[in-house]
Design a protein around this ligand. Structure first.
Ligand SMILES: NC(=O)c1ccc[n+]([C@@H]2O[C@H](COP(=O)([O-])OP(=O)(O)OC[C@H]3O[C@@H](n4cnc5c(N)ncnc54)[C@H](O)[C@@H]3O)[C@@H](O)[C@H]2O)c1
Length: 351
């Protein structure tokens, strides 16, 4: 298999590239613009593999994308490049509109022209997987789960930009016949997670004895998915998913944010009992504007049709994750010191 991955230097993209290169043995071209969220250090374990190549390019640059398709000749595209942090989209949405919507359009149209020229056998085997989020569905009440048929109702500039890109991808299937599949997953966590997101931010702040800022009362619920389970799901969907279909990906691990933070504190108390209890560092701060109350995924289509199942429970996954941060300071220390040190993002006057 020849797989062109976009956003492979990011959190999920790097887990996917490691899985494809080392686990599957696919030929991989990683196309990434290396924004603040892109980090080639996450790909150290595969950087010299003969079946891995890196291209430093922006997906919005149509000429570079055409060259990449023409020279690499992929039979599968797995599109993950995006601006991904809700708080940053609240502070300023320009890059989200540009990469998530215009960039997806640029990649889709490049893929369509490339696909049009393939011979019949390669044409029917070609797949374009668009990796999206459960946030396109909006917020749930106390009951119910997101299904593939749940109507779109995004709340943030981030989720609205992802919803727009999902619609473009499906339209390219209905209008031009491009064999696309769309995956919508819940919140990921695990190794190599940029420390602006809830779990790595709490682990690193707690390790450094800094305050643990929990938005509002911490009752918001997310359905946590271990990133390596997600990488396996993405390969399954790209290789066996039916063209034109959507697949929800989730770990059946709903937790309130405050319970996630308590669990991290308890694991760290076990390691550094002299510095505990880490819970004393929790600080309830002003809530995120438009903060969705609950996300929960019904992944039964992916489980029954394609046979994927999450291997990690939240308890096993969070234990592995905290220990990974304890053992890999070489990876996160430069990010904390030079890229993002944990300041509050996404608040503005008037809310
Ligand atoms: N992290 C999650 O919990 C989560 C949940 C659901 C869906 N998703 C989706 O999964 C995908 C990957 O998420 P992530 O958490 O790994 O994101 P990330 O922010 O960690 O990584 C994004 C990557 O895309 C690259 N990139 C950004 N703009 C680009 C451009 N214009 N051209 C080329 N590369 C560009 C960045 O350099 C970075 O390497 C995204 O599409 C996101 O919307 C993420």
């Amino acid at each position: 298999m020849r797989i062109l991955v976009t956003g492979g230097a990011g959190f999920i993209g790097s887990a996917l590239v490691r899985h494809l290169v080392s686990g599957i043995g696919a030929e991989v071209l990683n196309v990434d613009a290396l924004t603040y969220a892109g980090n080639l250090a996450s790909l150290k374990s595969v950087e010299s593999a003969p079946n891995y190549q890196f291209l430093h390019a922006d997906i919005c640059d149509r000429a570079r994308m055409q060259e990449a398709f023409a020279s690499f000749r992929p039979d599968t595209v797995m599109h993950l490049a995006a601006e991904s942090h809700v708080d940053r989209s609240i502070s300023g949405a320009d890059d989200f509109i540009q990469t998530n919507i215009v960039g997806t359009f640029s990649l889709l149209d490049t893929a369509r022209h490339y696909w049009d020229e393939l011979d019949a056998r390669r044409k029917s085997a070609f797949r374009f997987l668009h990796v999206s989020t459960d946030e396109v569905y909006g917020s749930l009440g106390d009951e119910g789960l997101f299904e593939e048929t749940t109507p779109y109702d995004p709340s943030s500039p981030y989720s609205a930009s992802k919803a727009a890109s999902d619609h473009l991808v499906i339209a390219w299937h209905r209008t031009y016949g491009l064999p696309v599949v769309v995956s919508n997953c819940s919140n990921n966590y695990g190794p190599f997670h940029f420390p602006e997101k809830l779990i790595p931010l709490m682990i690193l702040n707690a390790l450094e004895g800094k305050s643990l800022p929990v938005y509002g009362n911490g009752a918001n619920v997310r359905d946590w998915l271990y990133v390596e389970d997600h990488a396996r799901a993405l390969f399954t969907i790209a290789s066996r998913g039916r063209p034109g279909e959507k697949y929800n990906v989730g770990g059946r691990n709903e937790r309130r944010n405050i319970d996630v933070v308590h669990r991290i504190c308890a694991i760290l108390d076990g390691v550094h009992s002299d510095k505990g209890p880490h819970r004393r560092l929790i600080n309830n701060v002003t809530d995120r504007p438009g903060h969705d109350a609950r996300y929960a995924i019904d992944a039964s289509k992916l489980e029954s049709e394609l046979g994927w199942k999450a291997q990690e429970t939240f308890e096993t996954g969070i234990e592995k994750t905290v220990h990974w941060y304890l053992e890999n300071e070489w990876w996160w220390r430069p990010l904390r010191e030079n890229v993002y040190s944990g300041e509050r993002l996404g608040v503005f006057k008037g809310r």
